[in-house]
Design a protein around this ligand. Sequence first.
Ligand SMILES: *Cc1c(COP(=O)(O)O)cnc(C)c1O
Length: 361
Amino acid sequence: MVNFLDLKKINNRFLDEINSRIEKILDKGWYLQGEENEIFSKNFAEFCGTKYALGVANGLDALNLIIKASGFGVGDEIIVPANTYIATILAISQNGCTPVLVEPDINTYNINPDLIEEKITPKTKAIMVVHLYGQAVQMQKIWDLAKKYNLKVFEDSAQAHGAIYNNKRTGNLSDASAFSFYPGKNLGCMGDGGAITTNDEELFKKIKAIANYGSDRKYHHIYKGVNSRLDEIQAAILDIKLKHLDSDNQKRREISKFYRENIKNNKIILPKTYDEKAHVWHVFTVRTKNRDAFQEYLKNNDIQTIIHYPTPPHKQGAYKEWNNLSYPITEEIHNTIISLPISPVMTMDEISKVVEVVNGY
Ligand SMILES: *Cc1c(COP(=O)(O)O)cnc(C)c1O
């Protein structure tokens, strides 16, 4: 069986280091807002190239905090790709803002910058890009629009830790960026975790206070805040794994290249990248007409796959008000996409088997 993602195998590579660091934390007896968070946030900011980083409880909280701290709420519109994981859109709604959906580019699966301007209104406050499947959005046109209309730009970098656009990493391509460290992400912890990166000192201070019950110092509450923390054990695990993120991403790139060079089947559409550095291959998606039959065929040949994602946000029960709207490119992607196994611990045998089975379809 070729597993989609063997998390245990991924983490076992660092088990000794993780165990000894956890032991130190347990010995110290300090579980939240301590030294491990200080170390990890400093190292993660340095990795992304930003001035600041803050660990939070999960990726959805990171997105929520960015919007809340920016002061956006009821009546404000935020532009977002129609084909994202629902968290990006939920964070906008949960702040009372209106998500304005924009279709993706069928070649990159990222938001199509040429379709954004027609959606800008006097109520538009920000553009939230998503570096989907691990590929950094080509930001230049988005930066130009933001400048022209005086909008903020935010990133949902939950799938693209380490990807590079214009010599800068994701997390450093906008006013503020949200990361998730959900176990299956390219940088994943052993539970829930997330982070926010930014170069804006004022915004950072506000985010930090809001994440801590709105408090800028103990028992002094200046905002109606929330509680969103990364615990010390997760911060330590992430700090250990961060050192291997670039080499893990490189392995993903090599597998992706092997797939792209060796999968030869005219029923299968392979993913594309505009620049090898821009993509960290969080998932390796292919498209095919009879997707469900293809998935069944792969399963019968011992290859585990996942669909990212079967139903677009505008067709979900949570957004009944959008169910009759039509986003044809988004729908086409959701109807045809399927993710093949890719991970830094796959063996050459497993990689070859995937190619062989896909080519035999
Ligand atoms: C995983 C993910 C999130 C949410 O992260 P959680 O840590 O699960 O809250 C948000 N956006 C995208 C694009 C994701 O893939």
